[in-house]
Design a protein around this ligand. Sequence first.
Ligand code: ADE
Length: 249
Amino acid sequence: MRIDLCTLFPEMCETVMGESIIGRARESGFLEVHTHHVRDYAVRKGGYIDDTLYGGGKGMLMQAEPFYRCWEAIGQQAGGRPHTIYMTPKGKLLTQQRAVELSNMEHLCILCGHYEGIDQRLIDEIVDEELSIGDYVLTGGELPALVLADCVARLCPGVLADESCWQEESHGEDGLLEAPHYTKPAQWRGHTVPEVLLSGHHANIQQWRREQGLLYTAKNRPDLLEQAALTPADRLFLAQSQTKGEAGP
Ligand code: ADE
């Protein structure tokens, strides 16, 4: 997969995308990431790329043309039109399901806005979808773009050592949160590890994890239970734990 980021802060993006799993995936050729400084495509003297709002209002808006030229150059370089995403708090909420769909695309171009955003005409002309990473507002689109790029990239073949792991993690196929995990030592500051995890009994461990995942979801994200793939046994367990007053782990 190829990901292009259009930003006013390419160094910030390069730093994040050069570290850890994503950095190694780039080095081994499983992932191609390019960052572009939108200011390099400025049309005004001094590299200015923002201006005041028509109709009045506080703040500045990023102009359409520098983004358009940057995007056009990316398309020419890659030999095709990328799927283009604009990060904005006005966008649709990013979900794991959308990330899985995006990871099947060959080429993504992510636009990072600043100030009051980007001229709407640019969005109408080149943007395929607007995405938000949550119901809060950040100072710019770089962190959201990096969140999206990381989330999508780790789903691409070759990026994670064990690809099966993302099927069983939180927000995976069943739509539930994961059970809690424990590592050595078995005793830590007076806290023990749940007996069942030391038993070596695979079926009991599986059942315990399922139940703990259900309790965790009910406690922290009850909204997810509405969409989750629950079995009759899951529903019975949740109903019983509610009458017992077990809100969660
Ligand atoms: N830009 C500023 N805040 C944002 C958010 N929550 N999601 C996406 N882009 C943003």
